[in-house]
Ligand binder design. Sequence first.
Ligand SMILES: [Zn+2]
Length: 123
Amino acid sequence: MKAEFIVEIKKSLESKKAKLEVELKGFAARDPHASTNFNTNFPDYGTKEDENAAEVAQFSDNLSLEKTLEHTLEDVIKALERISKNTYGKCKYCGEEIDERRLKARPESSACVKCKEGYLHKA
Ligand SMILES: [Zn+2]
């Protein structure tokens, strides 16, 4: 894997990480003990019954969004760690290099298409 390619990927991972954190901070508070753990704030629209119902609905939407964003954030951070350990771009299952087009589209990928598909078929 070329050094310029890694530099480019690192930039895109870092901007992705920053964007995810901004998005998460929009509705959740970061756990001071774990940088990738956020806790969704309970919204406060008012005390009327419909307002309470809206709060609960919004909270549950935010919770699932929180899970999705946190999961991506963890993947992004792991990818950055692989870059610093010089193991970036290798499939975690078969050890082959992951296709650069795949890495460009989804820089946090840790498995090649073949293994990912094989995994999905088994699951
Ligand atoms: Zn593989």
